[in-house]
Design a protein around this ligand. Structure first.
Ligand SMILES: [Zn+2]
Length: 189
């Protein structure tokens, strides 16, 4: 131990060093390359680029010991993301939309007889809406027949599709208008 220390502190040639000492200077910052890493990030990145191009061996060494710089880069990325809070929020919402893509209420109009139509509502159950309650609600609201006709289907006697776009989000706020799709006219009755 003491020997090593003495060797280190000794003035003059060291036994484990080849002379003449060749110092590699960075073509970017002009400092000996061991100093490059002390530059703040953008400058250091430029130094690394120069090293990679001109002294690939030194660059390779850098990468080995530069492992600690990995999390730092992550932090920076994190900061950027935080700065762009607005966009981040949109992204988050988008993800939510993806998760919700199976939840959708579909409205369509189907002919009934020659002049009348019915409105078919499907998908309410994907929002955990009680279909019987919903059918009754529609019947009362539009003063017309309305009944549960399938697993997740309600048929309302009358063409009330346009009204439903307002009524459904009003009655069930969790079903935003974006979740309601207009399937147009269907041939089934
Ligand atoms: Zn440099």
């Amino acid at each position: 131990m003491a020997e090593i220390l003495k060797e280190k502190l000794k003035i003059g040639p060291a036994s484990n060093v080849e002379y003449p000492i060749s110092v590699s200077y960075c073509g970017n910052c002009t400092m000996p390359i061991e100093y490059c890493e002390f530059w703040p990030s953008p400058e250091y990145e430029k130094c690394k680029k120069w090293l990679e191009k001109n002294l690939p061996n030194e660059f390779a060494k850098l990468d080995v010991k530069g492992e600690s710089s990995e999390p730092a880069a992550g932090e920076e990325e994190e900061k950027k993301r935080q700065k762009r809070g607005g966009k981040g929020m949109i992204k988050a919402n988008k993800k939510k939309d993806d998760a919700d893509k199976d939840r959708k209420v579909c409205l369509s109009r189907a002919p009934r007889g020659k002049k009348k139509s019915v409105t078919v509502v499907t998908g309410l159950a994907t929002f955990s809406v009680d279909l019987k309650v919903a059918a009754k609600f529609f019947g009362t609201k539009f003063a017309c027949g309305s009944s549960v006709t399938g697993d997740d289907e309600i048929v309302i006697q009358g063409d009330v599709k346009d009204d439903l776009f307002d009524l459904i989000p009003e009655k069930w706020p969790e079903i935003a208008e974006d979740f309601i799709e207009d399937l147009g006219d269907s041939k089934r009755s």
